[in-house]
Write a protein that binds this ligand. Structure first.
Ligand code: ADP
Length: 412
């Protein structure tokens, strides 16, 4: 009764694996009538291809004889009477009755479970395929987006470049306008005084007709020529600014003696000296040579020496010192003049800037700015120390040999 009540199929075989008992579940599972399996060999319930393997397993089981789950690690199949095989799970229980050995197998048809497992596997596979398809689509989109981004970045870069070009052009235009305005206001201020001086001297010249008045005539001729020089310098400064701005300067490099330039500068500056002023300069510098732009060095030195004279009172000394080492030549121009107020130090090299204590002296605020630009172009530097009412010292450092690339860049 117990046999019949359980839902699992129960099959009992003897030592020879002949079926001695089955329950209704087992008969139904394998498609047999009641008692139809009695006396048949167990092989009838096992698909052909598993017969050999099964025999070996039975031998092993009979030796150890203990209850266990059958077919661990491999799929088991039962043979239905109609010929088809179906998946099963089976548990084996050895038993002994009256000294005779039997094995009772509990069998479950797991077709539906296997089918579900299979479907699940199928679904999983499909899911995986879908996931990998989606992943690929996603990475394709990311790649496309990257390309779009790159194109957009390039476009933005181009726009910024164009914007910068326009900005620069506008800035140049503004600066040029500013230069024109400054020039006009400068012309009206700075040109008027020397021009009226020239006019006066020219008028007076006409009046000194007597031979013995030659001294007076000479004085006025000197005034005229000084003032023309002065105006010429201002004009030259303006032209230099334009050239420096537009990069249209052709530096001319050559080897020359430092003493030649210094003598020239001192000779010209001597004519500008005030009463009792004196220029001291080194005379033992015949060994110093430079491969540089001679005219630029002359311009820089004469600017500094002229300023030293201009911004110092009578009876003072302008001291020029020059030293040369293996790499650089250092020029120091020191005066005992009005000095530069500390607050103005930071602006001294700015174009058009003039210190507050210099406003009564004629000037344009252009000279130092030009000198600094030229020196930078030639690989040099300019600096200064100054104390108001005590004096100033300007220091130029210039490489003995101009940088080759710089020379090639500017030499024609
Ligand atoms: P400028 O002399 O025509 O005004 P610079 O560019 O040569 O123009 O000089 C700028 C300013 O620097 C001057 O206006 C002056 O205030 C100050 N400066 C230059 N050199 C000296 C100096 N040796 N002593 C005092 N102030 C100076």
């Amino acid at each position: 009764m117990l046999f019949e009540a359980v839902s699992e199929g129960v099959i009992v075989v003897n030592n020879e694996q002949v079926i001695v008992s089955t329950n209704a579940s087992a008969e139904h599972m394998f498609g047999y009538e009641k008692n139809e399996l009695m006396g048949r060999h167990l092989n009838i319930l096992i698909p052909h291809e598993y017969h050999a393997g099964h025999a070996a397993h039975v031998d092993g089981f009979m030796e150890h004889k203990e209850s266990r789950q059958m077919g661990r690690g491999r799929d088991l199949f039962g043979a239905h009477k109609s010929g088809h095989a179906f998946p099963v799970e089976a548990g084996l229980n050895p038993l002994e009755i009256n000294g005779e050995s039997f094995v009772m197998a509990l069998v479950i048809d797991i077709s539906i479970r296997k089918q579900q497992e299979h479907q699940l596997q199928e679904l999983n596979n499909q899911l995986e395929i879908k996931v990998s398809e989606r992943t690929k689509a996603l990475s394709d989109t990311v790649e496309e987006l990257k390309i779009v981004n790159q194109e957009r970045d390039a476009e933005i870069k181009k726009r910024i470049e164009a914007q910068n070009k326009t900005k620069n052009a506008l800035k140049k235009e503004k600066e040029l306008n500013e230069l024109k305005t400054k020039f006009l206001s400068l012309v009206s201020h700075e040109f008027k005084t020397p021009l009226s001086g020239i006019l006066t001297s020219a008028m007076l010249l006409g009046k000194y007709k007597l031979t013995e008045q030659q001294e007076k005539r000479d004085k006025h001729i000197k005034t005229i020529s000084d003032k023309v020089h002065y105006l010429n310098n201002i004009l030259n400064d303006f032209l230099s600014i334009e050239k420096l701005e537009t990069g249209k300067i052709n530096y001319k490099f050559s080897t020359f003696k430092v003493s030649k330039v210094v003598n020239e500068v001192v000779y010209n500056a001597n004519m500008l000296l005030k009463e009792g002023q004196e220029i001291k300069y080194p005379e033992n510098i015949d060994d110093y040579s430079l491969f540089q732009d001679e005219k630029c060095l002359e311009l820089a030195l004469s600017n500094l020496v002229h300023n030293a004279i201009k911004y110092s009172p009578e009876n003072t000394l302008v001291d020029i010192q020059i030293v040369q080492d293996a790499k650089n030549t250092i020029f120091k121009i020191k005066d005992n003049g009005i000095g530069i107020p500390i607050n103005d130090h930071k602006n001294i090299f700015n174009r058009y800037f003039r210190a507050e204590n210099a406003l009564l002296t004629q000037g344009t605020g252009i000279g130092l700015n030009i000198v600094k630009s030229h020196l930078q172009n030639l690989g040099g530097t300019i600096s200064f120390t100054s104390e108001e009412n005590k004096g100033s010292e300007f220091i130029i450092t210039l490489p003995n040999v101009v940088d080759k690339e710089m020379a090639i860049g500017h030499m024609f």
